[in-house]
Design a protein around this ligand. Structure first.
Ligand code: NDP
Length: 284
């Protein structure tokens, strides 16, 4: 079932999304603010539109992949009349509040709206490992699920348009703290003559194996009882040795200090015998 689809924004990501649609057999119209970026896609079978308005009029489904929230409004505000009765899927990175604002703007204009958060880099689009998170209109998600599947695995979180973005940012939070932890470890061993590459070859399987702990933490957090048997206690989770060894190596202890502070707040509150998952109470 070929869909008349238009893609607004042919940056690295918009181009990858459009290419997957063309290869998937959809009648794809593309537009970019700066001309010239459509040539490769046109050679593959896409149609280039001169203006964003022409692109919107050519598609039942409009995909936006622009720089940010402001650029989405800049391009789409003048076109709200043309978009009315059409469907908009916005894959531009926005905050949860910005996604909700765009959903409300779309609802006022009579535009069916789905918000997406892309968990991939452009070359991963259409390949295994790419994942896109969606929230907003359930009807839009279900109607276009086969088309969305051309880009990667699709997950739908619900009608609140801000949820995909919230989830996206929560996953990135986990990623950045893990990256910082890896780089702390690399800095620790560097004065001993260990290269970052050598450390990475040990750290990758170790950290991968440790993700197996998430499920146990999650069970405790969702159950709300941090005293259940079989957990590593907060008192046992002292990071003093790690901090001392880091200082001995002459490196910053900031990354580990942060975790130690979260632990200490619970110990100070008399919760030292409870499980490590309790540091979520320090965060909350
Ligand atoms: P690029 O910088 O490659 O492209 C940005 C695009 O936005 C260009 O098409 C640019 O047009 C357009 N644009 C910027 N400002 C305006 C404006 N005011 N009016 C009209 N068009 C505008 O970025 P990406 O393609 O990489 O990213 C696009 C979106 O995808 C971003 O929100 C990004 O966060 C998200 N994303 C990207 C990922 C990545 O790895 N690249 C990963 C996950 C999400 P012009 O050519 O005229 O400048």
């Amino acid at each position: 079932n070929s869909v008349q689809v238009s893609v607004l924004g042919l940056g690295a990501m918009g181009s990858a999304l459009a290419e997957a649609l063309v290869k998937g057999g959809h009648a794809t119209t593309v537009w970019n603010r700066t001309p010239g970026k459509a040539d490769g896609l046109v050679a593959q079978g896409a149609t280039a539109a001169d203006t964003a308005g022409d692109a919107v009029r050519a598609g039942r489904l409009v995909i936006a992949c622009l720089l940010d929230h402001a650029s989405v409004h800049e391009v789409l505000d003048p076109l709200s009349g043309e978009l009315a009765g059409r469907t908009l899927i916005n894959l531009t990175t926005t905050s949860p509040a910005q996604s909700r604002e765009l959903a409300a703007w779309a609802a006022d204009a009579g535009i069916a709206y789905l918000d997406g958060g892309i968990m991939a880099v452009p070359h991963m689009i259409g390949r295994p490992g790419a994942s896109i998170l969606y929230s907003g209109s359930a009807d839009v998600f279900h109607q276009y699920e086969p088309l969305l599947g051309l880009w990667g695995a699709s997950t739908y979180f619900g009608e609140d348009a801000g949820l995909a973005s919230l989830y996206d940012l929560a996953l990135l939070a986990g990623m950045y703290v893990m990256f910082a932890g890896f780089l702390h470890g690399a800095a620790m061993v560097a004065p001993a003559g260990v290269t970052a590459r050598e450390f990475a070859s040990m750290a990758a399987p170790w950290l991968t194996a440790m993700t197996g702990e998430f499920e146990g933490f999650a069970t405790v957090v969702d159950g709300g009882d941090y005293t259940v048997e079989g957990q590593q206690s907060l008192e046992f989770s002292s990071l003093d040795d790690i901090l001392a060894a880091s200082s001995d190596q002459g490196i910053s202890t900031e990354v580990v200090d942060m975790v130690q502070r979260l632990i200490q707040r619970q110990i100070d509150a008399g919760r030292g015998k409870e499980g490590f998952a309790r540091i979520i109470e320090s965060i909350r």
